[in-house]
Design a protein around this ligand. Sequence first.
Ligand code: SF4
Length: 222
Amino acid sequence: MGSKLSISEIFYSIQGESCYAGFPCIFIRLSGCNLRCNYCDADYTWDEGDSQEIGTVLSTVDDYPCRLVEVTGGEPLFQETSIQLLTELTARELTVLLETNGSIPIDRVPAGVTVILDVKCPDSGSKDSFHPGNIRFVKQRLKREANSCEMKFVLSSKDDYCWAKDFISHHELIDTLPILFSPVQKRISPSDLAEWLMEDGLNVRLQLQLHAILWPDISRGV
Ligand code: SF4
């Protein structure tokens, strides 16, 4: 019991986000999510998924010529067994990334995993979903292991930008971990976001979704 996961898709692509952007990467996309963001580009994960043994997932990963793997969703931590998957992946000496929406405590995520926390801004429709304990868990994790966390803010508006700026200032996060600001397509322009960042001299990274630039007409498996 407990060695199965509901999988939406496993695919091989170019990492489009995070400090690993540009590297070939295997993606394990788990199904199910506890949030309903209004810009979600993976809403097909909410209700669909194939039940797979962790051993089968690992065999699929082994078939790709790549040592970088990301566990994503949906919300991967929504499934208890994701912790076991992450443990097994790190034991294989892969570079393991976990993308999580920040609403579920990350304290059980095994050492060796880089946690990318996607903090939901107010205009995402998932306002106030961030689990407050995760700030402490991030700081503890960074103390134990440098570069073990990144934080991402996907922005729909100037209000979201100001909210994200206040969030990182209030929690004293600047210069403690990589912080990425990413514009929602067709809501704010990348050049506007670039201007705001330069005006404020904010030490965060502007992030564009590389996979969306490479494959603009493909919405799954990239
Ligand atoms: S957390 Fe991610 S998968 Fe879940 S609704 Fe929001 S964008 Fe979609």
